[in-house]
Design a binder for this molecule. Sequence first.
Ligand code: PEP
Length: 252
Amino acid sequence: MRTPLIAGNWKMHMTGTAAAELVAELLETELNTGAQVLICPPFTALAAVAEVLEDAPVHLGAQNMHWEEQGAYTGEISPAMLVDAGCEYVILGHSERRQLFGETDEGVARKAAAAFAHHLIPVICCGETEAQRDAGETAAHIRSQVTAAVRGLRAADAAQAVIAYEPIWAIGTGKTATTEQAQEVCRLIREVLAEVQNEEVAQAVRILYGGSVKPANIAALMAQPDIDGALVGGASLTAADFAGIVNYGEEA
Ligand code: PEP
């Protein structure tokens, strides 16, 4: 049985002070589904958020990291630094990192392996552009991104990974994939995991959908058999909206 995961990606929003206020507001809200909750503030707000979270049942993650342990990599953050800041998770290969900062499948695979080496759980993102979808290339693209990210992992690690399917045309655009489109690709991801790793890994991995998730559309997404949660951008920046997504069972 996979525990649902609702993750918030705050992107480049929130100073430490603003982040601490938002997370305090979130903790005042009743979070009452059986889902695990994860928030991923920017690096500079991690310590402030970790302090507010203390023993709260909300997990902390970062939005990126380098694969190296340490060294002359100006501007980069290592896995150990994230652990030290209180992180348990790290988002890897978000489409904004791939499109705007040149991240490659190979780099994402190295980062995923480095995350596990430090007991961080990677939330590995994949997703097609609108042009790829229109050209009928979605399945091939997702297959190659997922294969590259997981094929080098030990099965015991791969089973703990989280994969986020985020169609790029649905991120921050207000366009959500239909539940059928989202389910179809999430099912494909599980098939690829079974091929590249094994069936046990495929059944253990949590697969999230991301792309304009809101309180109004989360319940239908969560009802799909291969969708185990959501990666939420814009709506995670408002405590009421994010709580409305976390409490998706009440919407059903
Ligand atoms: C994201 O960037 O991961 C995302 C899904 O953003 P939004 O929810 O704003 O579409």
